[in-house]
Design a protein around this ligand. Structure first.
Ligand SMILES: [Zn+2]
Length: 77
């Protein structure tokens, strides 16, 4: 039986501009999301993402950085 080579633990948070309409996924927030925080694993594979308003995204960035994740800011790409 093949052993799956898959480690889904995220190591990086990529910050993208949100190019579609979505509400900020922070709890009780009604603002429109302007950014996406995408978590990727060590191989750069997508793990999950959430859409966020810019101020809430900044909170996520600081929290994940303090947990040791690398922040890759791609909002100008
Ligand atoms: Zn928000």
């Amino acid at each position: 039986m093949l052993q799956p080579d898959f480690d889904s633990s995220p190591t990086t948070v990529r910050i993208h501009r949100c190019k579609y309409v979505s509400r900020c996924k922070a709890r009780r927030c009604l603002k429109r999301a302007s950014l996406i925080a995408e978590k990727t694993d060590v191989a750069g594979r997508h793990v999950r993402q959430i859409e966020l308003y810019s101020q809430h995204c900044q909170i996520v960035i600081e929290r994940e950085r303090s947990r040791g994740l690398e922040i890759s800011d791609r909002r100008n790409e």
